[in-house]
Design a protein around this ligand. Structure first.
Ligand SMILES: C[S@@+](CC[C@H](N)C(=O)[O-])C[C@H]1O[C@@H](n2cnc3c(N)ncnc32)[C@H](O)[C@@H]1O
Length: 308
């Protein structure tokens, strides 16, 4: 049984944490132990290395005593701390938000290398915004852009707005409740839509797990991420139909739709986009070497060619 006390040296606390996590077969016990200790004791790696004999302190001992059993029960570190780093920025989490994943940084990188994202005054739309991590990372990288994040989960919108505020981006980011494209579809019927409201970039990391697979996922995912953020319908592809269907009418000319998808969904997502009148322009692999995100643009028509 691991017990943390105020007078325990921080170096000993780190070893105890690591040992307990390793014994319970928690993946990456060294990394998790270090993150938990540094957050509880409000110290960094340098302070830890310089003075491992420094006492832990009462508050840190109390936090570690409550956090370790939660981690041993499978709760992810980000959920325990209540925040997660994404694209070098901090995002606070809520029960209604997915915990942002490192894989999703590939989608942000893909979006940022599209010329459409660099247009002066560019407008972005992030569908299924969750914590707001994708939209806010894009706005942080593109100081001249503004954007809308949409989600069906109201709790996610509250969290996304708070994250925008904390990052100093709330003047350029709006968040709206929406079932995918529904509110935008009607606006797109207006002839002035493309110039007045159309988007240069639409991004989405929609739920893409087939419904029946969710129960088989690791407890760290199935037990802590909201089902609405995971469940993509019978084959995991329902959201792609909803998103691609309206994207070509919502994008300004030369605009781009960038989508994250599962490791085995590359061909299906491309087929859905092509059936919706979009053509493939680019893709990006994640850090594990898996093709994780694809970008599309509306297929040019004879009318477009004539007006060029
Ligand atoms: C995989 S999560 C992605 C969250 C965030 N963008 C990220 O990458 O961390 C999918 C998001 O889609 C939202 N969502 C699910 N169904 C939706 C719908 N019908 N309309 C809008 N958003 C939806 C979920 O609430 C969730 O926030």
């Amino acid at each position: 049984m691991t017990a943390f006390t105020a007078l325990m040296p921080i170096g000993d606390a780190l070893r105890q944490l690591r040992g307990a996590l390793r014994e319970a077969d928690i993946p990456d016990p060294g990394i998790d132990a270090r993150i938990l200790l540094e957050e509880a004791a409000q110290c960094d790696a340098t302070a830890l290395a310089r003075d491992p004999q420094a006492p832990l302190g009462a508050e840190a001992a109390r936090k570690l005593s409550s956090w370790l059993p939660r981690r041993l029960a499978g709760e992810p570190v980000g959920r325990i701390l209540g925040y997660r780093e994404f694209f070098g920025l901090r995002f606070d989490l809520a029960p209604a938000t997915l915990e942002p994943r490192a894989d999703t940084e590939a989608l942000v990188e893909l979006a940022l290398r599209q010329p459409a994202s660099r247009r002066p005054g560019a407008r972005f739309l992030d569908l299924g915004t969750g914590s707001g991590c994708i939209l806010l990372a894009l706005l942080h990288a593109c100081p001249d852009a503004r954007g809308v994040g949409a989600d069906r989960a109201l709790g996610a919108l509250v969290a996304a707005r708070a994250n925008a505020h904390a990052l100093g981006l709330s003047e350029r980011a709006a968040f709206v409740g929406a079932n995918w494209m529904d509110p935008f579809r009607e606006a797109a019927a207006d002839a002035a839509f493309e110039t007045d409201y159309g988007f240069d970039l639409i991004v989405s990391n929609p739920p893409y797990i087939p419904s029946a697979t969710i129960a088989t996922l690791d407890r760290e995912v199935a037990g802590f991420d909201p089902r609405l953020a995971l469940d993509g319908g019978a084959d995991g592809l329902d959201p792609y139909w909803a998103i691609c269907d309206a994207a070509s009418r919502l994008l300004r000319r030369g605009g781009v739709l960038a989508l994250e998808h599962g490791h085995d969904q590359e061909r299906e997502v491309r087929r859905i986009a092509e059936e919706a009148g979009l053509e493939f322009v680019d893709s990006m692999h994640d850090l594990g070497g898996i093709l994780r995100a694809q970008a599309f643009t509306p297929r040019s028509t004879a009318d477009d060619a004539a007006s060029d």
